[in-house]
Write a protein that binds this ligand. Structure first.
Ligand code: SF4
Length: 745
């Protein structure tokens, strides 16, 4: 391992770009091109290219820290682990198991996310576990499950994009968030297809579009309804498809017909001719796609908004057909896998529901516990953080930095400070770790092995390339040692492959069935798409040197798949001619090939038909008024990642993106009397943030934009509104009312 090249994947976003790592004499790694991975074919953005800098960062944690007389001081591992076990035990004894909270992250590998969910429910017995992925894509997940019976970010590989006819990209700025993915859209246009970008800002992504619509933030739902109205009015509905493959059309149609184009123009600011042009571009080609990201999803009506975009696909027959469909561009590195294997408040491994008795029985058997001992669903991420210091007295937090990334962040910081006990596992002293009673230094991506699942549902193996520094331990070992201290000696292995073998069995028969996937296959096949059930002809279950055995023999036929028919596990969503093996063909005599394309034969609902969801426009939770007359929207810049805990430690990235800013239109700047670079205060009902003005005509005059990567005075999430979507419990990061104030410089 030490001198060879290790093919692996980037630690950051959900594209999970392939890269090669070569160890260097200073104990870190050098990144080089890995062209065999089809998603990025060797291309990397600056974050991926500079990721090794965090391995060798001078501010990396090198020893456990415990709080003593108000200060974090170095400690031994035994001292630190004992303190955590004592803290959690005391809370459990004094206040009950639900007073212990667990908060995970979308960057954790599948093995860690799985183990964290098991740790919470088996060791602590708490229902109070959720993760920051709730802030990322939960509205799209909820809408996907409602419509299709299953949520997987993209139901097709990215390589399908260049071969479709039109893509509508809603609220996604790929040029900043996933630059290597832009190649698929360039190829789409080279092939004669068109790209429509919907974003309140004319972003670098929007500049590459054939058509850019700039709706007022928070009005994407009305926009989708107006487009559906025109599709009906212009006779562009695919009636045969609607009759054959969907239910619920009449109600959805009636709701859309109440949204006249002129009414939608008034709500969104998008003109009727632009609406008509969008419909023409979307409907004329044989195939088309709609892809959403955080723009429409991070709203208090995000589930309905995504549902409205899915309705557009269903009405025009653009779902569950080759080269057509709806997909969500998941954000975090393992945002997809993280929500499939049990760190979400309402889920068990395999994307099973925690309140489903059959799912509880299956997972409890794998875990060797009584199903009745498993707690029920807990609070969602924001609700959990909001309960800190009141109902929840102690928190174990891994791979997350809510002091920067949570909405209404100053309030959440206060809640964290009010805890009886806080333990944080991280690689650097993040703003959240600074508040902890115990901080544990853990391994990073190049120092450990584990699987992630990218935005396409492609399960990947990230491989260890170097030995971690002395005194650094893996999250799996942390959970193993804490479990032992809390009285659970078995069931928490430290070897990731052993954990994955158990995960396979726990996921078998569930909607996200990984039981036919092994580490060996992930290496040989460069990733495998789920669902991938074990088959009778699957020889890969045992004998991989993986430890705990393969999938259960009936793994493919468990009846508890969400919304699936009783035989749903046996690859019901593969279709001949789609590039997948056909049901009943020779492939089923061997290992299941995985499922790159979902829904081509049937949707994962009990009757195989997709569901229209009748939705209507409603306002955002906090509309501008006289006191707060401007809209704030937030997002990312290319050189920083999420809360910046890692990327703010990289000199090259800091030089490119040194701090926060307030992007505003010249008309707004003039009213404020602000020039480029002047400090501007942005004030909402939750607080005040100050950052330099960046004046541009690429933003609407009624809207300001702030990136959310920084703590302190310029923290964008001081301002954001935690109003929750009633279904997904997603906070409304994307739109809230603010006022601007000039600041003396
Ligand atoms: Fe890493 Fe995402 Fe950049 Fe690819 S696009 S190199 S996965 S951060």
């Amino acid at each position: 391992m030490e001198n060879s090249v290790t093919p692996t994947h980037c630690p950051y976003c959900a594209l999970q770009c392939g890269m090669n790592l070569t160890p260097t004499p200073d104990g870190t790694v050098e990144v080089s091109e890995r062209t065999d991975f089809p998603v990025n074919r060797g291309a990397l953005c600056g974050k991926g290219r500079t990721a090794p800098a965090v391995l060798a960062s001078s501010v990396r944690l090198t020893t456990p820290l415990v709080r003593s007389a108000g200060t974090l001081v170095p400690a031994t591992w035994d001292e630190a682990l004992d303190r955590i076990a004592e803290g959690l035990s005391r809370t459990r004894t004094e206040h009950g198991p639900d007073a212990c909270g667990v908060f995970g992250g979308g960057g954790l590998t599948n093995e860690k996310a799985y183990t964290l969910g098991k740790f919470a429910r088996v060791v602590l017995g708490t229902s109070q576990i959720d993760y920051n992925g709730r802030f990322c894509m939960s509205s799209a997940a909820a809408a996907g499950i409602k419509a299709f019976g299953l949520d997987r970010g993209l139901p097709f590989p990215l390589e399908d994009i260049p071969r479709t006819g039109c893509v509508i990209l809603v609220g996604s700025n790929l040029a900043e968030t996933m630059p290597p993915s832009l190649r698929f859209f360039s190829e789409l246009r080279e092939n004669g297809g068109t790209l429509i970008v919907i974003d309140p800002r004319r972003t670098r992504t929007a500049e590459q579009a054939d058509l850019h619509l700039a709706p007022r933030p928070g009005t994407d739902l009305a926009l989708a309804l107006g487009l559906l109205h025109l599709i009906v009015a212009e006779g562009r509905v695919d009636e045969a498809y609607v009759a054959e493959r969907t239910v619920g059309w009449e109600d959805a149609r009636a709701a859309a017909m109440a949204h006249w184009p002129e009414y939608v123009e008034r709500i969104t600011g998008v003109s009727v001719p632009q609406l008509r042009e969008t419909v023409r571009m979307f409907c004329e080609p044989e195939n088309a796609m709609v892809l959403t990201a955080r723009g429409p999803e991070q709203q208090s009506k995000g589930t309905d908004t995504v549902g409205a975009w899915i309705n557009l696909c269903l009405a025009t027959g653009r779902a569950g057909r080759p080269l057509s469909g709806y997909g969500c561009l998941t954000g975090q590195g393992n945002g997809q896998g993280g929500r499939e294997h049990g760190q979400k408040a309402d889920q068990l491994p395999g994307y099973r529901k925690l309140d489903d008795p059959a799912a509880r029985r299956h997972v409890a058997e794998v875990w060797g516990v009584d199903p009745d001992s498993l707690p029920g669903p807990g609070r969602s991420a924001y609700e959990l953080l909001d309960a800190l210091g009141t109902d929840i007295r102690s928190l174990l937090l891994m791979a997350s930095n809510p002091v920067v990334s949570a909405p209404r962040a100053a309030h959440i910081e206060e809640r964290l400070r009010s805890l009886d006990f806080l333990a944080v596992c991280d690689v650097v002293l993040s703003e959240t770790a600074e508040l902890a009673d115990v901080v544990l230094p853990v391994t990073q991506w190049a120092e450990e092995t584990g699987t992630t699942t990218n935005l396409e549902g492609r399960v990947l193996l990230r491989r260890q390339a170097i030995t971690p520094p002395e005194n650094i331990r893996s999250d799996l070992r942390v959970m193993h040692e804490l479990a032992a201290r809390l009285g659970v000696e078995k069931g928490f292995p430290t070897d990731p492959e052993e954990v994955f073998e158990e995960l396979r069995r726990a996921s078998a028969g569930g909607p996200a069935d990984y039981s036919g996937i092994t580490y060996r296959r992930l290496v040989e096949e460069n990733g495998v798409f789920w669902p991938c059930p074990a088959t009778d002809g699957d020889s890969s279950g045992n004998g991989d040197g993986a430890g705990s055995g393969g999938a259960s023999p009936d793994a493919g036929a468990s009846p508890d798949a969400v919304g699936a028919s009783p035989d749903a596990g046996a690859a019901p969503m593969r279709t001949p001619g789609s590039g997948d093996a056909a049901p009943g063909d020779d492939a089923l005599d061997g290992p299941h090939p995985g499922t790159p394309r979902l829904f081509l034969d049937r949707f994962a609902t009990p009757d195989g038909r997709a569901r229209f969801v009748a939705v209507s426009h409603r306002a955002i939770a906090e509309e501008p008024d006289d006191e707060y007359p401007v809209l704030l929207t937030t997002g990312r810049v290319v050189a920083q990642y999420q809360s910046g805990a890692q990327t703010r430690r990289v000199d090259e990235l800091n030089a490119a993106a040194p701090g926060p800013f307030v992007e505003l239109h010249p008309r707004l700047a003039e009213r404020l009397g602000a020039a480029e670079g002047d400090p501007v205060a942005v004030v909402s009902r939750r607080g005040r943030a100050v950052a330099p003005a960046r004046i541009t005509t690429t933003i609407r005059p009624d809207t300001v934009f702030m990136p959310f990567h920084w703590p302190g005075e310029g923290r964008a999430n001081t301002l954001t509104n935690p109003a929750l979507d009633p279904t997904s419990r997603m906070p409304e990061f994307k739109a809230c009312a603010v006022r601007l104030e000039a600041v003396e410089s």
